[in-house]
Design a protein around this ligand. Structure first.
Ligand code: PMP
Length: 441
């Protein structure tokens, strides 16, 4: 396609973009035509530093040759096979390798095609687990304020972002929420806030209203991601685990963002030393190159399904493209690249540089909070009176013009670069944010 043809594309209304002001986009389209390493190429040929890893997914950087080649090879050999009552060898290899990376005792993987499907699958497994054990009363699903769990009705129901729910009528009835474990004391914490573990006790307080014997699962992102990058206070996840275990409630970590080395360990579960019963993941699983998600399932949960007659379907659930051959090829190559580049260790090594660069923005105009953990970060701006989100949008635009792609969400700049980012590129990103803040001031 010529660039002239691409230029005319935004005037076409055929493509309805997700989470986008459609008509504004048509006036000011942002189009990329290529990506390599840390950079996108814009339609007009500029190089832009990607401080978002695509959308929290290209952890090993763009265009990793090994991943590209694996997809090409798979596409030429086995385009598709269903995994309903059949499958292909790479699906088993990938499941084993993911299980080997997961915390001990989580040896099973159910494949999906997205984070949303992974979350809905995890919620369904949680409810079906209790059913399988003859405990049909346990149906209540507990989410958390500011949680993002994808756009399926299940994930939306446990999500804690009101705006996302506004337009879609009744959601799952049997849900409730914990508060965000964060308050003003924690502002500008370096890494995990030292205070706030007590917020986990909000689960205990729920027991006043809901008999704990009716709760199926608690689902949290170990680090709140789309809601604004809130690392868990020290001890918070441990306390949540303790309460869930004590009351027979399953603990689900939504690791769609935090999985695959983002916080300096294969999963946040290991980074924070807490093992959940189920983990949803996606994004970094295939480095974003082919859509794929999955649920990593703890052995106790899995074993509860594998009882009784062997010729019945234990879990009546699945997707046409579960364990798609191209996705499995991309997933295996992604794990190779993670190993080769030692990405989890790399995050640990560079995280102090990241932390220092972000916190140095504390004295920049409008900055009211900075948060970081692993290679995740957020900079909160004071909203411009009467124009919520306008400042962060202006920073996003100014940074893009200066050659850096940062994500704005409300009045927060959310940062999540490929894990191969260099110290110099961290500096470039922070400099462009500071300059933008000074400019809009
Ligand atoms: N869970 C979390 C924690 C996420 O960050 C996301 C996506 N940002 C999802 C679920 C949904 O993933 P997807 O967009 O692939 O459906």
């Amino acid at each position: 396609m010529t660039s002239a043809a691409l230029s005319s594309a935004p005037n076409d209304t055929a493509f309805w973009l997700p989470f986008t002001a459609q008509r504004q986009f048509q006036q000011q389209p942002m189009l990329f035509t290529a990506a390599q390493g840390m950079h996108y190429t814009t339609e007009d040929g500029r190089q832009v530093l990607d401080a978002m890893a695509g959308l929290w997914c290209c952890n090993a950087g763009h265009g990793q040759p090994r991943i590209t080649e694996a997809i090409r090879e798979a596409a030429g050999r086995l385009d598709f096979v269903s995994s309903f009552k059949m499958s292909h060898p790479a699906a088993f290899t990938l499941a084993q390798r993911i299980a080997a990376l997961a915390p001990e005792g989580m040896d099973h993987v159910f494949f999906t095609n997205s984070g949303s499907e992974a979350v809905d699958t995890a919620l369904k497994i949680a409810r079906a687990y209790h059913q399988a054990r003859g405990d049909a009363r346990r149906t209540l699903l507990v989410g958390r304020a500011k949680g993002y769990h994808g756009m399926g009705f299940g994930g939306l129901s446990v999500a804690g972002l009101g705006r996302h729910k506004r337009d879609f009528g009744p959601l799952l009835p049997d849900t409730t929420h914990l508060p965000l474990p964060y308050d003003a004391d924690a502002r500008f914490s370096h890494g995990q806030p030292a205070t706030g573990a007590h917020y986990a006790n909000a689960l205990e307080q729920l027991f006043v209203v809901h008999d704990p014997a009716t709760i199926a699962a608690v689902i949290v992102e170990p680090v709140t991601g789309s809601g604004g990058v809130y690392p868990p206070p020290v001890g918070y996840l441990q306390r949540l685990r303790e309460l869930c275990t004590q009351h027979g409630i399953l603990l689900i970590f939504d690791e769609v963002i935090t999985g695959f080395s983002r916080v300096g360990a294969p999963f946040a579960a290991q980074a924070f030393g807490v093992t959940p019963d189920l983990m949803s993941c996606a994004k970094g699983m295939t480095n974003g190159a082919v859509p794929m998600g999955g649920v990593i399932v703890g052995n106790t949960v899995y074993d509860a399904f594998m009882q009784g007659s062997a010729n019945v379907i234990e879990l009546f659930h699945g997707y046409t493209y579960s364990a798609h051959p191209l996705a499995c090829a991309a997933g295996l190559a992604t794990l190779d690249v993670h190993e080769e580049l030692g990405l989890a260790a790399r995050v640990q090594a560079i995280a102090p540089v990241w932390e220092a660069a972000l916190h140095a923005l504390r004295d920049a105009p409008h900055v009211v909070d900075v948060r970081n953990v692993g290679l995740l970060g957020a900079v909160d701006l004071a909203p411009r009176p009467g124009a919520a989100g306008a400042r962060a949008q202006a920073v996003h635009t100014a940074c893009f013009e200066a050659g850096v792609l940062v994500r704005n969400s409300g009045d927060t700049l959310v940062l999540s670069p490929p894990l191969v980012i260099s110290e110099a590129q961290i500096g470039e990103m922070a400099h462009s944010i500071r300059t933008a803040l000074q400019h809009i001031a």
